[in-house]
Design a protein around this ligand. Structure first.
Ligand code: ADP
Ligand code: MG
Length: 458
């Protein structure tokens, strides 16, 4: 990699790690050149080099190798030997030969470990805590403190996109920051299997066993993957037991509870249950809104001119499913569109740029479901909600139902009208407006609607 190429990477790196991290950890590095596949950097101190190599090493390497595939390793050396504690206050700094950062050595070993890179965005700082994930978060925090091993393994489970991988990476970052010596290995169950099969094929099982038994903390993501894969399960079981015997922390994730994973050997299942099992519940409205607000705040730093109109984030939190990945994707797209067309982020833009996402999540709440729930709530019959009677006891709940249909589905007014006994779209519009007014004036209606919305979204 040339110095120019390194220069060109700076902006991307700054965006990826955030400005603060960039200024603190990346900007002070000086790139010296590459030799035999090693990109060499000067770092201000030994500690600095170690920290960067452990916390940003994977990320730097992946970006650098993207530019120059011949680079396979990074080294961080201290140019100014006087700055290293080993030689306090000797001679003219620039005359000293470069002192190789000793602590860079374990990092080099670590590259031989079969772990997956950690995503620099997945930290505790960026994890938004709410009711559905507070237990999982607390357990992850506890493990990340690296104290005596109290529950082994920590088993995190939950549906797709609820933050399992994020929490695991956060634990790894935190452990490494607190104790750079600790060998923390994170990988997916799929990678575990791949390594296992490869070692079998290359007749390197001894190396494989030794390598896995030498780590201090083992994290295996998406362990449901090994269900039904008998010899991989077997090997996993032995690795697991060996580490538990040495009192090493193990952290496992899966998309469901241990007893719901089919084709898993019973002894493994009971091993997995022997520590602390915590689940991430589907997100609720408050958590989704919290996540959107946090992410929007981050985006605003990148797109300073962009304005988000009131109600947009609330709408997305209402409408988009419990999967946080989908939620994030929607927000990313909104910001990208808004910056392309130079418009503020408002409901028009939401409908223009997210129609597919909204359509996909619409299945969740149907008009009929809303009508049923509302009827139940007001203790009237479904047929009274859609029927012709205009007495207040039916008309008001009917308007509430129309209002909720407008809010929680993406059906048009004419469509909603049709589904309410073939009413005209102006009738629906009138109903929706009326409820909007009433929500301001009448606390009871406001409360009813809030309750209904929760019940429907649960
Ligand atoms: P899983 O591994 O459970 O499928 P991930 O950990 O990959 O889910 O999370 C999917 C995305 O959602 C990631 O980008 C992650 O950062 C984000 N995410 C999930 N939960 C939260 C949360 N509570 N706060 C902030 N971001 C979250
Ligand atoms: Mg995951």
């Amino acid at each position: 990699m040339t110095k120019e190429q390194w220069g060109a990477l700076q902006e991307t790196l700054c965006k990826t790690v955030g400005e603060n991290n960039y200024k603190t950890w990346i900007a002070p590095l000086t790139y010296r050149g590459s030799q035999r596949g090693v990109a060499q950097f000067n770092a201000p101190t030994n500690f600095f080099g170690t920290y960067v190599s452990q916390n940003y090493g994977d990320l730097l390497l992946s970006h650098i190798a993207g530019m120059d595939p011949s680079v396979r390793k990074l080294s961080f050396e201290v140019a100014n030997a006087a700055a290293t504690p080993a030689q306090p206050g000797t001679g003219a700094p620039s005359a000293q030969p470069a002192a190789r950062s000793e602590t860079a050595a374990p990092a080099a070993n670590r590259e031989d470990l079969p772990g997956a890179p950690l995503d620099s965005r997945f930290t505790f700082d960026s994890f938004v805590v709410g009711k559905p994930n507070e237990l999982a978060h607390a357990a992850a925090r506890r493990v990340a403190e690296g104290g005596p091993v109290t529950f082994n393994p920590l088993f995190l489970y939950g549906g797709v996109g609820l933050g399992k991988t994020h929490l695991m990476h956060a634990i790894a970052w935190e452990l490494r920051a607190r104790n750079p010596e600790l060998v923390v290995l994170y990988l997916s169950a799929e990678q575990f299997m791949y390594r296992f099969v490869q070692s079998l094929r290359e007749r390197k099982m001894m190396d494989f066993k030794e390598m896995f038994r030498s780590v201090d903390v083992l994290m295996v993501d998406d362990v449901q993957f090994i269900a039904g894969k008998d010899s991989t399960q077997e090997e996993f079981f032995h690795t697991f037991n060996a580490l538990v015997d040495q009192n090493k922390q193990i952290i496992i994730s899966a998309d469901r509870a241990p007893d719901e994973i089919k084709d898993l050997e019973n002894r493994i299942r009971s091993r997995l249950q022997s520590g602390l099992v915590v689940d991430l519940h589907p997100t609720d409205y408050e958590l989704r809104l919290g996540i959107l607000q946090t992410k929007a705040e981050m985006y605003r730093a990148h797109y300073p001119g962009l304005h988000i109109e009131d109600g947009v984030l609330e709408f997305l939190a209402h409408r988009i499913s419990t999967n946080v990945r989908v939620l994030e994707g929607a927000l990313t797209r909104l910001f990208a569109f808004a910056s392309l067309v130079g418009k503020p982020i408002n409901m028009d833009l939401v409908h223009d740029s997210l129609s597919d996402v909204l359509r996909a999540s619409e299945r969740k709440i149907s008009i009929e479901e809303i009508q049923r729930k509302v009827a139940e709530h007001y203790n009237i019959r479904l047929s009274d909600i859609v029927g012709p009677k205009r007495v207040r006891t039916f008309a008001r709940p009917r308007q509430v139902a129309m209002y909720l249909c407008k809010q929680l589905t993406s059906r048009s007014l004419p469509e909603i009208g049709r589904r309410f006994g073939g009413r005209d779209h102006t009738t629906v519009m009138h109903g929706v407006r009326r409820i909007e007014e009433l929500r301001q004036q009448d606390g009871q209606i406001d409360e009813d609607i809030e309750m209904l919305r929760r019940a429907l979204e649960a």
